[in-house]
Design a protein around this ligand. Structure first.
Ligand code: HEM
Length: 488
C-alpha cells in the first residue's frame, strides 16, 4: 500500500484525572484533548491508528472518508459493539450497547416507526411550546443558569414527546430518577473502566463485589431501570384505556397492533430517548449559545435571515425552515466545531477485512475519532474557527442535510434519534435568535468579560459554564410569547 507506516512512541500523558495511569498507554481516551487520542505501541496507517494489546485490536479512524468507506459502505461487517462488562447493568434495554442481531433489529424497527423523519416532525407544536418556554426562561435567567435551562428544555420535551402528559408529580419523579440513573451510568461506564475490562478480559471472571463502590451502584441502577421502563409506560396505557392519553410516541405505538415482545422493545426505546437524547441535545444548545457570544457577526446574519423570512410579530416554525439555510448551516457548524461525543460510540468487526492493504481483524474495536474529523484541515480549513458558511454553496444553499453529519455516527448504528435532535435543536435555535440578543456580559466596572471556549471531559462533552448577557431584541415577539405562556 502507499500508506506510510510509522511507529507511535508514547507521548506525554495529557493532564486530567487518571484513575488507571498505566492504562493511559493502552487506550488513551482523553476527551479533554481528544486530538491526543493515541495508543502507545500502535502503528499509524495514514489516518488509521492500529494497536494490539493482550489480544485486542483497537482501530482508531481519523478521517471521514475512511469512516464512510468502512462503517457506511461495509456496514454489515462494522455494526456490532464490543462487549464491555461495566455496561452490563443496562444492556437489556440500551440499544447503543446491543450486539448486531435480532434484538437490535427489533429496537431499530420500533425507533424507525416512532422517530423517523415524518413522525418526528409531526410533534412540531410540542417543540415550539417548549422552545418558547426556553426563551422566556433564558430571558429571565442569569448566565449561571444556562446549563440548567437547556437541560430542562431537552428533558421536558423528550418526556412530553415520548409519553405525552404524565401526572405532574409522576413527571417530576421520572425526571429525578432518570437523572440519577444517568449520573450512575456516567460514573460506572467511565472510559477508564471500559479500558480496564477491554485490556484485561480476565477481570470479567471476578465477582462484582471485588470492584468496591462503583459496583454497589449496580443494584440501584437495575432497580431504577425497571421503574423507569415500566411506570410511565403503564401510565400512558391506563390513559389510553380511559381515553385521556395525548399525542405521544408511546400512545401512537399502543394504538397500533403489537405483541408483548414489541411492547417490551417500545419500553426500551422510550427510555432510550431520554438516556441518549438529553445530554447530547442540551450540550449542543449550550455550544450554540457559546458560539453566538463569540461570533456576533454570525448571530447578526442569522437574525437578519429570520427577520427577512418571518413576519416581525410571528415566531419562526419548522414550516419556515427551507427559507433559513444559514440557520441550518449554523447548527451543522455547531456539531462540527465541538463534536458532542468526540470519540463516538465504539463499533466492532464481525470478520476480517482489508482496507488499502491493511488488515482489520475480526473482533477489532473500531472507533471514529470525531474530534480528528472535525479538525481535518483538508476538509475544514482553519478548523478551529466557527464558520457556518463552510456548509453552504456559493448560492447560499445547504451542501448536506443536517442528519447526515458525522456527529450522528455511521452505518447500521447511525443515531436513530437524529430527526428528533434536528427538529428540537432547530426550533430552539430559531426561537432564541428570533427574540434574544446574546452578548458578552460586563463586569461591575462595565468592562466586557472575555469568554474562552472550554469543555468538560467525558463520553459526552459540554461547554464549561461561561458568562453572557441575554436581552430581548424584539418586544413584539417577546410579548406574544409571554401572553401565550400566561394563557396556559
Ligand atoms: C444532537 C443530538 C445527538 C447526537 C449528536 C447523537 C449522536 C449519536 C451517535 C454518535 C451515536 C452512535 C452512532 C454509531 O455508533 O455510529 C448515537 C446512537 C444512538 N442515539 Fe443518538 N445522538 C443524539 C440524539 C439522540 C436522540 C434525541 C435520541 C433518541 C430520541 C438518540 C438515540 C440514539 C440511540 C438509541 C442510539 C444507539 C443506536 C444503535 O446503537 O444502533 N440520540 N447517537
Amino acid at each position: 500500500s502507499g500508506l506510510t507506516r510509522r511507529r507511535v512512541y508514547p507521548l506525554p500523558l495529557p493532564p486530567g484525572p487518571r484513575s488507571l495511569p498505566f492504562l493511559g498507554n493502552a487506550l488513551q481516551l482523553d476527551t479533554k484533548r481528544p486530538w491526543l487520542t493515541y495508543t502507545a505501541w500502535g502503528k499509524t496507517y495514514g489516518k488509521i491508528i492500529h494497536s494490539r494489546l493482550l489480544g485486542i485490536d483497537l482501530i482508531i479512524i481519523n478521517s471521514e472518508t475512511i469512516a464512510r468507506e468502512l462503517l457506511d459502505k461495509r456496514s454489515a461487517n462494522y455494526s456490532t459493539r464490543p462487549v464491555i462488562r461495566t455496561n452490563e447493568f443496562w444492556t437489556g434495554f440500551n440499544t447503543a450497547l446491543l450486539p448486531y442481531g435480532e434484538t437490535l433489529r427489533q429496537h431499530r424497527k420500533i425507533f424507525h416507526q416512532v422517530l423517523r423523519a415524518e413522525v418526528s416532525v409531526s410533534y412540531h407544536e410540542m417543540y415550539s411550546r417548549h422552545a418558547n418556554e426556553l426563551v422566556i426562561n433564558l430571558l429571565d435567567a442569569t448566565s449561571d443558569l444556562l446549563q440548567q435551562h437547556t437541560h430542562i428544555y431537552t428533558a421536558s420535551l423528550i418526556v412530553a414527546v415520548t409519553y405525552g402528559h404524565l401526572a405532574h408529580g409522576h413527571e417530576d419523579s421520572f425526571l429525578t430518577r432518570a437523572h440519577e440513573l444517568l449520573e450512575i451510568a456516567k460514573y460506572i461506564v467511565s472510559p477508564e473502566r471500559a479500558a480496564m475490562f477491554t485490556a484485561f478480559p480476565f477481570l470479567e471472571k471476578l465477582p462484582f463485589w471485588c470492584f468496591g463502590g462503583a459496583f454497589a451502584l449496580m443494584g440501584r441502577s437495575r432497580e431504577l431501570c425497571q421503574q423507569l421502563l415500566n411506570e410511565p409506560f403503564d401510565e400512558v396505557k391506563a390513559q389510553m384505556a380511559n381515553g385521556t392519553a395525548s399525542h405521544s410516541l408511546v400512545a401512537d405505538f399502543l394504538s397500533q397492533a403489537h405483541d408483548d415482545a414489541e411492547e417490551d422493545t417500545m419500553k426500551s426505546v422510550a427510555l432510550m430517548g431520554y438516556v441518549a437524547g438529553i445530554e447530547t441535545t442540551a450540550s449542543i444548545l449550550q455550544t450554540f449559545l457559546l458560539a453566538m457570544v463569540l461570533y456576533p457577526d454570525v448571530q447578526a446574519q442569522a437574525r437578519a435571515e429570520i427577520d427577512q423570512a418571518v413576519r416581525h410579530d410571528k415566531m419562526p416554525c419548522l414550516d419556515d425552515r427551507a427559507l433559513l439555510p444559514y440557520l441550518d448551516a449554523i447548527l451543522r457548524e455547531v456539531l462540527r466545531w465541538y463534536p458532542v461525543g468526540p470519540l463516538g460510540v465504539p463499533h466492532a468487526t464481525l470478520n476480517d477485512d482489508v482496507y488499502d492493504g491493511h488488515l482489520i481483524p475480526k473482533g477489532a474495536i473500531v472507533m471514529v475519532n470525531q474530534w480528528a474529523l472535525s479538525r481535518d484541515e483538508d476538509v475544514f480549513p482553519d478548523a478551529s474557527r466557527f464558520d457556518p458558511s463552510r456548509h453552504l454553496t456559493v448560492d447560499g444553499k445547504l451542501k448536506d442535510p443536517f442528519v447526515n453529519h458525522f456527529a450522528f455516527g455511521h452505518g447500521r448504528r447511525i443515531c436513530p434519534g437524529r430527526w428528533f435532535a434536528e427538529n428540537s435543536l432547530w426550533t430552539a435555535a430559531a426561537a432564541i435568535l428570533a427574540v434574544l440578543r446574546i452578548d458578552h456580559a460586563k463586569d461591575s466596572n462595565g468592562d466586557r468579560i472575555e469568554v474562552k471556549p472550554e469543555f468538560s471531559t467525558g463520553m459526552v462533552i459540554h461547554p464549561e459554564p461561561f458568562h453572557c448577557s441575554i436581552e430581548s431584541r424584539n418586544t413584539a415577539r417577546e410579548g406574544h410569547l409571554r401572553a401565550m405562556m400566561n394563557s396556559k
